[in-house]
Design a protein. Structure first.
Length: 154
């Protein structure tokens, strides 16, 4: 019964012009910078900085990332202490708002460039070593976005 239902679903997708494929393995990487005391900077902190930049608020950024204000503040302050420069600063005339420093923007960009280079190399090596086609979550998401723009995701 289940096989018949699956067959009908696949047939309906083919009729609508959708490809019917099995999910492909994905490369998943978790890369960060650390000291002997622990993590210094990684994707989570880059995303926290993105949210602070977007909202101008550490509190709102923390809420969006499902973490406490204290945890977010601690992560920022710990990284600032180790690096020796500020990542965020108070907005002029705003008692609660924050903005990223240029050093934070540079750190975030450098980290993402490094991450992208590692991901590209890992994907290339995986394609050499494993007998099946590989992808990354980021690559799959960009293909999905392009497909939606072309109207293939109805």
């Amino acid at each position: 019964m289940a096989d018949e239902k699956t067959h009908k679903i696949k047939q309906a997708r083919r009729e609508r012009g959708h490809a019917v494929t099995k999910p492909k393995p994905e490369i998943r990487l978790n890369v960060w910078l650390e000291t002997t005391d622990g993590q210094l900077f990684g994707m989570g902190r880059a995303q926290l900085l993105d949210k602070i930049d977007e909202y101008g608020s550490l509190r709102k950024a923390a809420e969006e990332m499902c973490m406490s204000y204290r945890a977010a503040w601690g992560k920022i302050k710990r990284t600032e202490e180790i690096l020796g420069f500020k990542l965020i600063e108070k907005e002029r005339g705003n008692k609660t708002g924050y903005r990223l420093t240029e050093a934070a923007r540079t750190l975030k960009k450098s980290y993402r460039d490094w991450y992208q280079a590692i991901e590209t190399e890992a994907l290339q090596k995986a394609r050499e070593l494993f007998p099946w086609a590989m992808t990354t979550r980021r690559a799959r998401a960009s293909v999905h976005r392009a497909s939606k723009k072309m109207g293939h995701d109805r």
